[in-house]
Design a protein around this ligand. Sequence first.
Ligand code: GLN
Length: 222
Amino acid sequence: GLRIGVLALQGDFREHLRAVEAAGAAGVGIRRPSELDGLDGLIIPGGESTAIDKLARAFELAGPLKDRIRDGLPVYGSCAGMILLADEIADPATDLAGHPQQTFGGLDITVRRNAFGRQRESFETDLDFKGLDFSATESGVAPVHAVFIRGPWVERVGDGVEILAQVEPADPEHASHAATLPGTARIVAVRSGHLLATSFHPEVTGEKRVHELFIRMIRGDA
Ligand code: GLN
């Protein structure tokens, strides 16, 4: 079977380990560079991107991880994990010395942190999510129930980055966040080659299909 690592420095890595097992793969918590060996894929969990960045550098994981991403290791990042996969942060946090937070990068996108604004820092909505049609029935694909917890959105996608899901402000069902989403849909899930990222947390709702999609990406079936 597949071995999928979950970066276990900070954040909700336990939920991802459970989701990986529920989707039929073996989950392994990753804290040391040597633990990156022999993985079929890696998940960067939700949490606090600045903390994960700092810990990854302190544990000397950041460099080896960047190398693996460049060499084609399939990686899925949720929320803080999306930020850490992004090549660019629109509004990076700075530490006390004034250094901006860093990312592992690899995904040619620009993200904005905590993007949905104070009133809508956390919310739930149903999303149409491209690529989940493997489970399609005649009645269609059930939407993904997405939980956002101070999540980022994607402000720019580079060439070759596919948009998989967006929050649509025009939908009357989502009227409550129209105020913070003037005029335009917000990109909340993307894929580029072996890299997948979501602004939300499928690992907290029992939604298995995003992890299953990642597993199909690893297998080369998606
Ligand atoms: N706001 C967090 C960050 O910038 C992400 C929140 C999350 O992962 N739920 O890292």
